[in-house]
Design a protein around this ligand. Structure first.
Ligand code: BES
Ligand code: MN
Ligand code: ZN
Length: 486
């Protein structure tokens, strides 16, 4: 979708939209909309929408009004995204090809206007590449948005937000792609393409290199697959020279069958998005590089496919991680933590980060605890945890802090190795976090985000349709803006 700015309404505008705050209609509203407001119980709550048709200069024009909530709301930004999202949801496949968004006389700041546009653009994203028999009437039609009456500075604000939109869209694409298309090698290639020309530094480790480094845990997961494993590192040096980078690490299991501890068939197709953490990290790097963030950030993705096979690892196997610690693999379906153990250790050695944040669709137990509203946050550092919580509130990608501690840690001790890869059924998300913590160097601030409930949605939300949500990209971008860049 193409968003441009103009000084006045295009002469041929066929669809004109504006926004209204809660309980306050814009001045000079078309009578037909005023009537629609009354008849349609429109209050201006965020995401509400009314429309109508009016005659202007002998032509019939479609007009719409989207609700943006209270002007002073704490979550104003999220509300404006909802307003933009509502317009996109309504008109993306409506047959209209162009939308004129009239912000004349609105009380929006430049940042507000950019948030509105971000919602509009994100909600319009869809993946129709594999639909060859889609009816003409179902295809996306809305191609252009022309914005008029924007507050000063909107174009600059939008330049920044549109980089973020590209990042979120890239993440949604990675998450949407099926596992026969997206596997470790093709994940890397897609990232190379998306980051081409940005000046980001890319490092890739293949099986042989990881073998040499002693990454027995990550390679153990990948060994049942015909697809070779990869580690992908994307380094963005936009900050002060010599300043330690912030490290983002993502779980990139491009398909999680469970391995020999195979998952039940029903719903197994969902495990194509078990690379959601790596997808979010890759999308965040796209956003940061495209908007030339003034920050040093490294994004690392641990990429493997978890498959059952004659060569696959078995329950009971003991593997040695790059850190030297050994792990008894009780359940081959607890593979994400094995991948992250080596990816985290390698990345800390390689980049000496100031702080580490990992993202992973790590445990089903996380969904049980928090549902699809917030990701679980586990951290050894209160400052880092608070900053992530604040970034979550500001960006709409919310996180909820969960406990960790020695009593939970004990639950993954093994009688034969340094640790086992699963604890008891209870506190499953916490013991998974404790496992990761054993691979974090003393004194390094670290946070783990279990995004199992967030990467995919079975129903549409404000900034996504049914499917990939793009969760995590806005959170990481916000964190970089608020903590590193300011
Ligand atoms: N990728 C799954 C977790 C998951 C489940 C994410 C459902 C999203 C939706 C992970 O690899 C896994 O299988 N975890 C196991 C761990 C268990 C064996 C200790 C789980 O949660 O059941
Ligand atoms: Mn698994
Ligand atoms: Zn998994």
């Amino acid at each position: 979708m193409h968003i441009t700015f103009a000084d006045s309404l295009p002469a041929d505008a066929a669809l004109i939209a504006s926004i209204a705050n809660k309980d306050s209609l814009p001045d000079g509203i078309e009578p037909v909309l005023a009537e629609a407001v009354k008849r349609g119980r429109f209050k201006g709550t965020a995401g509400q929408l009314v429309e109508g048709f009016v005659e202007r200069d002998g032509k019939v024009v479609r007009v719409a009004l989207a609700g943006a909530g209270d002007a002073g709301a704490k979550d104003r930004r999220a509300n404006l995204e909802k307003a933009g999202g509502a317009l996109a949801a309504k008109f993306v496949a409506s047959g209209e090809t162009s939308l004129a968004l009239d912000l004349t006389g609105s009380d929006l700041s430049a940042e507000d206007a950019a948030a509105l546009l971000l919602g509009l653009r994100l909600r319009a994203w869809r993946w129709d590449e594999y639909r060859t028999t889609q009816k003409e009437s179902e295809k996306a039609s809305l191609k252009n948005v022309v914005v008029i009456g924007t507050p000063e500075g909107t174009q600059d604000a939008w330049t920044r937000e549109s980089a973020l939109a590209q990042g979120v869209e890239f993440t949604k694409e990675l998450i949407t792609l099926p596992a026969n298309i997206l596997y470790p090698e093709s994940f890397v290639e897609r990232c190379r393409d998306a980051l081409d020309g940005t000046g980001i530094e890319i490092t890739v480790l293949d099986d042989a290199e990881m073998e040499k480094l002693g990454m027995g845990a990550l390679l153990g997961v990948g060994q049942g697959s015909d697809r070779p494993s990869r580690i992908l590192a994307m380094r963005w040096n936009g900050g002060a020279e010599g300043e330690k980078p912030t490290l983002f690490v993502g779980k990139g299991v491009t398909f999680d069958s469970g391995g020999i501890s195979i998952k039940p068939g029903a719903g197994m197709e969902d495990m194509k998005w078990d690379m959601g953490g790596a997808g979010a990290v890759a999308g965040a790097m796209v956003a940061l590089a495209k908007r030339k963030a003034k920050a040093n950030v490294v994004g690392v993705c641990g990429l493997v496919e978890n498959m059952p096979d004659g060569k696959a690892q078995r329950p009971g196997d003991v593997v040695t991680t790059m850190s030297g610690q050994t792990v008894e693999v009780i359940n081959t379906d607890a593979e994400g933590r094995l991948v992250l153990a080596d990816a985290l250790h390698w990345a800390q050695e390689e980049y000496k980060p100031a702080a580490v944040v990992d993202l992973a669709t790590l445990t089903g137990a996380m969904l049980i605890a928090l549902g699809h509203e917030q990701a679980g946050l586990f951290s050894n550092d209160d400052t880092l945890a608070q900053r992530l919580q604040a970034a979550g509130e500001a960006s709409g990608d919310k996180v909820w802090r969960m406990p960790i501690g020695p009593a939970y840690d004990k639950l993954i001790d093994s009688p034969i190795a340094d640790m086992k890869n699963v604890g008891p059924r209870e506190a499953g998300s916490i013991t998974a976090a404790q496992f990761l913590k054993r691979f974090i160097k003393d004194g390094t601030p670290w946070a783990h985000l279990d995004i199992a409930g967030m990467a995919w949605s079975n129903k549409p939300g404000a900034t996504y349709g049914k499917g990939a949500t793009g969760y995590g990209v806005r959170l990481l971008d916000q964190y970089v803006r608020d903590v590193i860049e300011s």
